[in-house]
Each structure stands twice: as structure tokens, then as C-alpha cells.
Design a protein around this ligand. Structure first.
Ligand code: GLC
Length: 611
């Protein structure tokens, strides 16, 4: 079939729904016609190799759900200076068993006002120090040769104040002002502030910024230099879709839709998760299925489970392909601090009961802070009250709680709500930093054991695991951000340090902690990749072993039953169970019986039995 015919076929199947949604939101036939013309143009401009890949993936719609999928997120400059540097390091990434890389924001963004690249000044230009668009497309090609998928952010809620639209708006051009939210007096901003919560209460309080030169307030949900886009204006939607397709056509496999719940604003509401957001995401999904069906949408919805799940859409009308398993991530660390897995088990039961089509991205940490968004209703019924529990968690992870070996810093410690969040690397949170500082071998081994246990648990969850660059060698917190004027106020930089190639070089020396973490993770990743029981299609349940510190997870398919036991306590505990037959512990290769099994402190067992 010719490209044109393929396009017509895809469009025909989806045109009516797209038109319906567009007209419902914008009621503007001319702008819809313009959108369709551009969709056509982007579809035909798509590189032949990408178009072939699209067709391959259309025929294998589950291509991204397999058990070999392993992601890693990294900052280009921290990892390899620039895009061509990343290309040279693809062999290293393959040696980490990674086949999907999320390049953290790399589009043009003003120095010192970039929010780690999340304030985009030009959606079609790479930050010059990092390279250019040709190098991006070239990297994507090199990745595809190695069967690595590439993911990038699409920051659609706002632009930088240095974006051309913002500059023109600032000059008073009404056409461009209508792409943002401007008010010449504090009345409407004040009304919004009554219902809209704050994202950065300490580092960027409020939801509006007064522009003295202009005599206007502009809506800035995040930092004052990130101006919220007004999606009521169809020009904004159309242009942002063209930017999205332009980036997809550079060879991206996954587009992470940044801060998606925030993109529609309505006075008198919290301006989060409004129904129009879903109309927009559904339209994006349809548009991508017409132009670039090989591209996946990953939604960033850092909210409680009942707010996250709707972003999958329905099975008939899907929205995002993948979402972050954020509550499970935060609950994991709660379990580390409390040595109590009851809430985690409950949370996993919720996730496991969702349709298998819903694919979660699992992670222990990402580039952002950990917010303590836990199920306080349940915790309350167990006598744990929200404010004091958050205070406990923050004291625990900053290491000021008796017996805690964790190290890290608070983030946006809000004196009003007392709602501080937390920042630190996985290894530092597991106690490797304090153990190395104290030169305490035993503590170090305990910390490494916990780090491996947490990764083994993450690999066992239902969904796709995502590592944070540096975690594969147990990289510690980096305090040098405090010396940098532009970063000092944002403690998220503590876990966004430069990748330590000098330490990575030690990952072959069995005496080092880098080796112990790297080799341990490698082994787990290989086991996971080789066994279909880790495929997203396998059944996954929690498995009760009658001990509050041991989490049990059972996975099952036609070939194999797998039981993972994860001890969140620092002491040896017994998993009370009685499973017939002889089982193999996959990590050690030992054969054993599954009758009242002892699991060492912060240890894990990966038990398997063929059917
Ligand atoms: C997302 C990003 C975060 C950024 C924010 C604003 O939440 O993960 O790093 O600050 O969006 O774009």
C-alpha cells in the first residue's frame, strides 16, 4: 500500500471522532480543516524507516509490553555532555540491559530560568550546548539499530517566558496574549488562587506572576518564568499538536506528556484533571495513531490512583499508553521507613485488579521529589495521622530519625501545610552514603542488600521498570548543586548529579559497591528478560505470608509460577507458607522447599516452579 493510501485508511477510521471532539471543544471548522491538512503533511513527511516501524508496531500492538522492556532516565549533559556523546555511550546502556532511554528535557531553555529544561523557549530547537535536531534524529536512528527506544518530554502546559509567543504577548500583541492567561487587575487571579493549590509553595508561591513592565498578571502554575498556555484557544492546540508531531517525526518512540492534568483551567475549580484535559489527550492519541502509530504516549500524572487511571481512557477510546505508578512508588518508601508492607499490599492489589491493558511504568525514584501522596484514610484507621506521619517520613529519610541510615533533603517544606516532600538518590536513601562515610562495611552490605531487594521488587511488579541513571552503580547524593547559584534553591538537584564514569569503571571489580549493585541488577534484569512470567500479560497478585514486613508477589502464566518474597525489615523474618513441590531460587540457583521460609533482613527470594 502507498503512503497516501495508508494515511487515508488511518484517517477514515478516526476522522469522525476527532472532528466530534474538536468541534465540541472549539466549534471551529476552519481550524479543524487546518489541523487535518497539517496532520496529512506530517504523515507524509515522516521518514520511511519510521513509517515502516509504525506498520510493524501496528501489527504487533503489544510490542512495548514485553518482559525485555527496561527503561532508564538520564540528563544528556550529566551523562555524556551532549547528544553525540550519548550516541557513543549506547553500548554502555545496552550493557545495563536498558532498551528504552528517557532523555530528560533538552530543548532550548533559558539559563537560570529553565526548571531543568521544563521551561521550553523553542519546541523545534535543541539547547545548543547539547546539540541540534539532526543529531537528535541521528541518535534516534542509532538507537533503533540497537533496538533501543527513545523517549522525550513534551512540555505542553506552559512555555518559557522567552518563547516567541510569550515575547510577542509581552509586547502587547493581542493575538499572542490570547495564547496565555493575562489579567490587568488582581481580581480574577485572586479568585483562582482561592481554589487552585500550589505546586511549588516555597520556591514559587502563588499561581500568577505580576509583570511590571507590562502591567499585567500572567498565569504561572509552576515557576514565574513558565507561562501557562491557554488551550481554550484552538490556535494553541493546533500549534502544539504540530510541535508534537514535529518531535515525533525526529524518531521518538515515546512522548512523555509533562504535567498533563494541569492543561485546562476553569475558574472556581482546582484546575486539575478537568474533563477537557481528557478530550485533549484523546485527540492527541487519535492524531498520533493517524500520523505516527508507532509512538507511545506516557502521561505524567502525579496524583492519587483514582485520578491517574482515567488517563488510560477506556479500552475502546484509549488516551495514554503508559502512566507512572506514582502512589506505589511513594508507598514503597513508606514501607521502607515503617517496615510494614500492609499499605503497599493494599496499593498493589488496586493496581493488580485493573485491566491488563493498563500499563504502568514502575520506578523507585525519578528526577522529581517524592511527595507523600499515601492513602491516609487507611493509615488513619491504623492510627497514623497524615501530618505527623509525613513529618516522620521526612525525618526518617533525612536521617534524623533514630536508626535511620537514609540521607537526603526536604523539598518545598511548606510551613503552612507542613507538606514537605523529599529528595535523594536510591542508594543514599538505602543507607549507602552514610555507610561509606562511616566506612562501615557491615552497614554498606546491608544498604546494598536493601537496594537490590527494592530493585528486585520493582522488577516483579506488573508493568515496565524504569531505572534512574546512576542507580545501576549506586550513585550517591550530589551536594555540589548548592555551589551553583541557579540550582541552589531547588533540592531536586541533589539527585540529578553528574554521572560518575570514574565510579562506573569500577563496576567490574568485585570488591566495590559499584560492582555489587551493577552485577546484582544485571543478574536480575537478565532473569527477568529471559522468563515470560515477567511479561506484562502474566497474572500478578500479592501473596500473603502472614508477616507485616514481608511482601509476597505471585506471577503466573502457562509455563511457570513465580513467587517473590521481599523483606522490608532489617531483621530476618519468616514467610509463613506451604507450597508443594521443589522450587528454584532464581538469583542463587538453589533448589528449595517453600515451607515457612526465612528471609534475611532486607533480603529477597525469587522463587520459581515450572508448571
Ligand atoms: C513535571 C516535571 C517537573 C517540572 C514540572 C513543570 O512535573 O517532572 O520536573 O518541574 O513538570 O514542567
Amino acid at each position: 500500500m502507498k503512503r497516501e493510501e495508508i494515511f487515508e485508511k488511518r484517517l477514515d477510521a478516526r476522522h469522525d471522532e476527532l472532528r466530534w471532539l474538536y468541534m465540541e471543544l472549539y466549534n471551529n471548522g476552519d481550524m479543524f480543516a487546518e489541523l487535518c491538512e497539517n496532520i496529512h503533511r506530517f504523515a507524509l513527511e515522516r521518514d520511511k524507516e519510521l513509517a515502516d516501524l509504525d506498520r510493524e508496531r501496528e501489527e504487533d500492538p503489544g510490542w512495548f509490553r514485553k518482559n525485555d522492556m527496561l527503561g532508564m532516565m538520564l540528563y544528556i549533559d550529566n551523562f555524556a555532555e551532549n547528544l553525540s556523546g550519548v550516541k557513543k555511550k549506547l553500548d554502555y546502556l545496552s550493557s545495563c540491559n536498558v532498551n528504552c532511554i528517557h532523555l530528560m528535557p533538552f530543548l532550548e531553555s533559558p539559563k537560570g530560568r529553565s526548571d531543568g529544561g521544563y521551561a521550553v523557549a523553542d519546541f523545534r530547537k535543541v539547547q545548543p550546548e547539547l546539540g541540534n535536531m539532526e543529531e537528535l534524529a541521528d541518535l534516534a536512528k542509532a538507537c533503533h539499530k540497537k533496538k533501543i527506544n527513545l523517549c522525550m518530554d513534551f512540555v505542553m502546559n506552559h512555555t518559557s517566558e522567552d518563547h516567541e509567543w510569550a515575547k510577542r504577548a509581552r509586547q502587547g500583541d493581542g493575538e499572542y496574549m490570547s495564547r496565555y492567561f493575562f489579567y490587568d487587575n488582581p481580581s480574577v487571579p485572586g479568585e483562582y488562587d482561592r481554589t487552585v493549590p500550589q505546586v511549588f509553595p516555597t520556591t514559587a508561591p502563588g499561581n500568577f506572576t505580576w509583570l511590571d513592565d507590562m502591567g499585567y498578571y500572567v498565569m504561572t502554575t509552576f515557576y514565574p518564568y513558565q507561562w501557562d498556555l491557554n488551550y481554550r484557544n484552538p490556535r494553541v492546540f493546533n500549534e502544539m499538536m504540530y510541535n508534537f508531531l514535529y518531535l515525533a517525526n525526529q524518531g521518538m518512540d515515546i512522548i512523555r506528556i509533562d504535567a498533563v492534568p494541569y492543561i485546562w483551567k476553569e475558574l472556581g475549580t482546582k484546575c486539575r484533571n478537568l474533563k477537557e484535559v481528557h478530550t485533549i489527550v484523546r485527540m492527541m492519541r487519535i492524531i498520533s495513531e493517524i500520523v505516527c502509530p508507532g509512538v507511545l504516549l506516557l502521561g505524567e500524572v502525579v496524583m492519587e490512583p483514582e485520578k491517574v487511571v482515567p488517563y488510560f481512557g477506556t479500552v475502546e477510546k484509549p488516551e495514554c499508553h503508559m502512566l507512572y505508578n506514582v502512589t506505589t512508588m511513594a508507598t514503597t518508601w513508606h514501607s521502607v521507613a515503617t517496615r510494614d508492607i500492609r499499605l503497599l499490599k493494599k496499593q498493589m492489589d488496586i493496581v493488580n485488579s485493573l485491566p491488563k491493558d493498563y500499563l504502568f511504568l514502575n520506578y523507585l525514584r525519578c528526577h522529581d521529589d517524592i511527595g507523600w501522596g499515601l492513602d491516609y484514610g487507611t493509615l488513619g484507621s491504623w492510627g497514623m495521622e497524615e501530618v505527623s506521619h509525613k513529618r516522620f517520613l521526612n525525618r526518617y529519610f533525612t536521617g534524623s530519625w533514630e536508626g535511620s541510615e537514609s540521607r537526603g533533603e526536604l523539598y518545598n517544606d511548606d510551613p503552612v501545610t507542613q507538606d514537605a516532600r523529599f529528595c535523594g538518590t536510591t542508594a543514599s536513601m538505602c543507607g549507602m552514603e552514610s555507610a561509606l562515610y562511616e566506612r562501615n562495611e557491615e552497614k554498606l552490605n546491608n544498604a546494598i542488600r536493601m537496594d537490590l531487594m527494592l530493585h528486585a521488587y520493582m522488577f516483579t511488579q506488573s508493568g515496565i521498570p524504569m531505572l534512574y541513571s546512576g542507580d545501576e552503580i549506586g550513585q550517591l547524593n550530589d551536594y555540589t548543586y548548592k555551589e551553583d547559584e541557579e540550582k541552589r534553591a531547588d533540592s531536586r538537584y541533589i539527585h540529578r548529579g553528574k554521572f560518575r564514569w570514574d565510579l562506573a569503571a569500577k563496576n567490574t571489580d568485585p570488591k566495590t559497591s559499584q560492582y555489587k549493585v551493577f552485577a546484582g541488577l544485571s543478574k536480575l534484569e537478565k532473569i527477568r528478560r529471559e522468563r515470560s512470567v515477567f511479561d506484562s500479560s502474566a497474572a500478578v497478585y500479592t501473596y500473603d505470608v502472614k508477616d507485616q514486613a514481608i511482601l509476597g508477589i505471585l506471577r503466573e502464566n502457562e509455563e511457570e509460577v513465580f513467587i517473590g518474597l521481599f523483606n522490608f525489615s532489617d531483621e530476618a523474618r519468616t514467610a509463613w507458607m506451604n507450597e508443594p513441590g521443589v522450587w528454584t531460587e532464581l538469583f542463587s540457583g538453589e533448589k528449595m522447599e517453600l515451607v515457612d521460609v526465612s528471609v534475611e533482613g532486607h533480603g529477597f527470594l525469587w522463587m520459581s516452579k515450572e508448571k
